[in-house]
Design a protein around this ligand. Structure first.
Ligand code: SF4
Length: 330
């Protein structure tokens, strides 16, 4: 008997700059795990980057390469998954256009992350047609591969619910072509940036995976802590400490619990506490940075991996779009 077919997963990342720790904890850590269990399509979503970076579109090409190097250096394995660039597969744009005909405008206007992202990227003019349609393109990305499973953090659940509603609407009006994508809720510990806000490139508070060790040490040593610990003798609360979000993501539990006790009883100072996070991070990032240097020396191999991923993704996408056109009668 043949083993049951692996379920299909789709996930994407916007190439808007080098990857930071928040990207790793929020997405790539689960990508690495899922590539062993599912048939995964991982996309560097270049058109999504264009929706906010349209005024400086020439930066996107370099960022695609950077992101591919980051992913490959972390262990995303093109032998186990399909790694590709969204704009290498024009069928994403075709399906996006078709789906946009089916979606009532209020569905898009009520997506909570639309307003949030506009605020986060307040220096950009994002009151655009393309930006409002962002979740439609996301839906097209997912269902083009008939993905059944999408790993998301809680903050992205609204987008996936919308994707399901759009899928249902298409299936009802046209024909049952697409499975409704299901959420695979990944536990994403909130990772604070150096200033205590959510880690984000646009806030200028990110620790990048490719930062040299001395930069990582400096960023974490000066990172915001529980503000009640003004003096070494003041007890603190790790639950209110932005720096401790790093410990939750990277430091082994026993060490972390010991440090938390030391914080609450003022038994340790913040620098000593942060040193544990720095050591854990540098230990984790060492092998990644070594691989990164090797890929940077051989950019042709990275481009070849993306080109091959694009070919494989496109085969699937073409099959789906032939079915969609047929069912639409177009
Ligand atoms: S001891 Fe650690 S957890 Fe406590 S405030 Fe300082 S950095 Fe934060």
């Amino acid at each position: 008997m043949n083993p049951p077919a692996k379920k299909i997963v789709f996930s994407g990342v916007r190439p808007t700059g080098p990857a930071h720790l928040g990207n790793y904890v929020g997405a790539f850590r689960s990508w690495l795990r899922l590539q062993d269990e599912y048939r995964c399509f991982y996309s560097i979503v270049s058109w999504h980057a264009l929706s906010s970076e349209y005024a400086s579109s020439r930066t996107i090409g370099g960022n695609i390469f950077e992101m591919a190097v980051d992913l490959l250096s972390l262990g995303i394995d093109p032998g186990k998954c399909v790694l590709f660039v969204q704009s290498d597969v024009p069928e994403h744009a075709e399906l996006h256009l078709i789906l946009s005909m089916f979606i009532p405008l209020p569905w898009l206007e009520r997506v909570p992350t639309f307003k949030e992202m506009q605020q986060e990227l307040a220096d950009k003019e994002l009151n655009t047609y393309g930006f409002l349609g962002y979740p439609v393109l996301q839906t097209a990305d997912i269902i083009l591969y008939k993905a059944e499973v999408v790993p998301v953090g809680e903050d992205q659940e609204a987008h996936l619910e919308l994707a399901r509603e759009v899928t249902r609407r298409f299936n009802r009006f046209v024909a049952p072509v697409f499975p409704e994508p299901q959420t695979l809720l990944t536990e994403v510990p909130r990772l604070a940036g150096t200033d205590g806000r959510k880690m984000s490139k646009s806030f200028g508070n990110a620790v990048y995976l490719k930062d040299p060790p001395e930069v990582i040490r400096e960023k974490i040593a000066t990172m915001v802590t529980d503000t009640r610990r003004k003096r070494r003798s003041d007890p603190g609360d790790p639950d209110d400490c932005p720096a401790f979000t790093l410990h939750r993501a990277f430091v082994a539990r026993e060490v972390r619990e010991e440090l938390a006790r030391g914080c609450r009883t003022a038994g340790i100072g913040c620098l000593e506490c942060k040193r544990a996070a720095i050591d854990a991070l540098l230990g984790f990032l060492g092998p990644y940075q070594e691989k990164r240097r090797a890929f940077e020396k051989d950019p042709g191999s990275v481009r070849e991996i993306l080109a091959e991923g694009g070919r494989r993704a496109r085969e699937e996408a073409k099959r789906t779009m032939a079915e969609v056109r047929d069912r639409l009668g177009l």
